[in-house]
Design a binder for this molecule. Structure first.
Ligand SMILES: NC(=O)c1ccc[n+]([C@@H]2O[C@H](COP(=O)([O-])OP(=O)(O)OC[C@H]3O[C@@H](n4cnc5c(N)ncnc54)[C@H](OP(=O)(O)O)[C@@H]3O)[C@@H](O)[C@H]2O)c1
Length: 338
C-alpha cells in the first residue's frame, strides 16, 4: 500500500462506495466519509463491488478508514466528492476546515457547477470537475454494482496525471478532457431522463421498452437541444449516436427501436436512476441541478423550456409526498399539456 495514494471519498453512497471499493482493491489507502448508518453498515459487512462484466472484489472493513466528519479527510492527497449536488456547499465548507493547500479535489457529481462551489471554499486546492457516466446500484448492505459501461471523466489538469495509473489499476480509467463543460452538458442531456425514470417507478431497461416513456425522454431532450443550440453550447457525444439524433431514435416504434438501440438496452435489469432512489428514501432529488439547468438557461435566453419545467414541478410534488407512479401515456399527456 502506497501512503502517497491516500484517497478520501466524501459521500459514502452509491458512487462513493463503488469507486472507493475499486481504488482500495487496487492498493490505495481509502478513507470513506459518510453517514453513521452507512459507516456502521461497512464496519459490519466490509465493502464489495461487482460490475456488468462479472468482475467482483471484496475489501475487508479493516482495510478501510471510515469516518463521519471532515477530520477524517485531513491528510488526504486526493479527495473525491461524491455527495448529491444539494450537499456540495455544506461539504465544501467542511473540507475548507481540514484540507492542506495543494490537495487535489475531484467532484464526481452530475450537474454543472459543483466544482465551482467547491473551488470558492477551497481556493488553495486544485479543484476539478469530474463525471461518472455509469450507473451504480446497491445489491445488498455494503455491496455496490456497476450496472452500465463507461470510464471516469475529468477536466485535464497536471495534478490528475499522477493518479491515472491508480484509476487504471482499479479498472476505472480516468479520461482527461480539455472541454469538460461540453462533457458535463452531454451527460446532463442523458440525465434529463432521470425524473422520467423516477416517476415511472420502473427500472431503466423496462422504461426503455415503453414507447410512451421513450417519447417523454425524446421531448425533454429535444427541448434541451434547442436551448443549447440557441446558447451556442455544443454538448459532447456520450453515446454511439450524436446527441441530436437521440430523440429520433427514442421516437422509433418498438420493433425498430429494440433492433437499433441494443447498446442502450444493454443495461442491468435492476438499474434505476438515482432520482428514483431519492424518491424512495424521501430525499430531495437533484432535479434542480439537471432539468432545472435547462429551465434556467432558457430563461437567461428569454425563452421557455416547458417540458423540463413540468418535470421539475412533478418531481417537487413527488418529493413533497404526492408520490404517484405514472404510466407512460399519462406522463406523456402531462408533459405535452399546455
Ligand atoms: N448513483 C448513480 O448511479 C450515479 C451515476 C452517475 C452519477 N451519479 C452522481 O454522483 C453523485 C453521487 O450520487 P450517489 O447516487 O452516489 O448519491 P448517494 O447514494 O446519495 O450518496 C451520497 C451520500 O453522501 C452522504 N452525505 C451527504 N452529505 C454528507 C455529509 N456532510 N457527511 C457525510 N455524508 C454525507 C449522503 O447522505 P444523505 O442521503 O443522508 O444526505 C449519501 O449517503 C450525484 O451527483 C449523482 O448524480 C450517480
Amino acid at each position: 500500500m502506497n501512503p502517497d495514494d491516500a484517497v478520501c471519498v466524501y459521500g459514502a453512497g452509491h458512487i462513493g462506495c463503488y469507486v472507493g471499493a475499486r481504488l482500495a482493491a487496487a492498493g490505495a489507502r481509502v478513507t470513506l466519509i459518510g453517514r453513521a448508518r452507512v459507516v456502521d453498515e461497512l464496519r459490519r459487512n466490509g465493502l464489495g463491488y461487482s460490475d456488468y462484466l462479472g468482475r467482483r472484489g471484496e475489501v475487508p472493513a479493516a482495510a478501510l478508514q471510515l469516518g463521519t466528519g471532515p477530520e477524517a479527510a485531513a491528510g488526504a492527497a486526493l479527495v473525491l466528492v461524491c455527495v448529491k449536488s444539494g450537499s456540495t456547499a455544506e461539504v465544501a465548507a467542511l473540507l475548507g476546515t481540514v484540507l492542506a493547500p495543494g490537495t487535489v479535489v475531484l467532484s464526481l457529481q452530475n450537474g454543472l457547477h459543483n466544482a465551482e462551489v467547491l473551488a470558492r471554499r477551497l481556493p488553495a486546492c486544485a479543484v476539478l470537475a469530474g463525471m461518472v457516466p455509469f450507473n451504480v446500484v446497491p445489491l445488498a448492505p455494503g455491496r455496490y454494482h456497476q450496472a452500465t459501461q463507461g470510464q471516469l471523466d475529468a477536466r485535464r489538469h497536471e495534478a490528475l496525471v499522477r493518479w491515472q495509473p491508480l484509476f487504471a489499476r482499479a479498472g476505472l480509467a480516468l479520461a482527461l478532457h480539455d472541454d469538460m463543460p461540453a462533457v458535463q452538458w452531454g451527460k446532463l442531456l442523458l440525465n434529463l431522463n432521470n425524473p422520467i425514470n423516477a416517476l415511472s417507478g420502473l427500472p431503466i431497461r423496462a422504461m426503455l421498452h415503453d414507447t410512451a416513456f421513450r417519447r417523454c425522454m425524446a421531448l425533454a431532450q429535444q427541448e434541451a437541444l434547442a436551448i443549447l443550440r440557441a446558447a451556442g453550447i455544443r454538448p459532447a457525444r456520450m453515446t454511439p449516436l450524436p446527441p441530436r439524433w437521440v430523440p429520433a431514435l427514442l421516437r422509433l416504434p418498438d420493433a425498430l427501436f429494440l433492433r437499433l438501440a441494443q447498446r442502450m438496452l444493454a443495461i442491468d435489469p435492476h438499474a434505476r436512476s438515482s432520482m428514483a432512489d431519492d424518491l424512495d428514501k424521501g430525499r430531495v432529488s437533484e432535479v434542480d441541478f439537471i432539468n432545472g439547468e435547462i429551465v434556467a438557461l432558457a430563461r437567461r435566453l428569454g425563452r421557455e423550456a416547458p417540458v423540463n419545467a413540468r418535470l421539475v414541478a412533478l418531481m417537487r410534488e413527488a418529493e413533497a409526498g404526492a408520490r404517484k407512479v405514472w404510466t407512460g401515456p399519462q406522463l406523456l399527456a402531462r408533459l405535452r399539456a399546455g
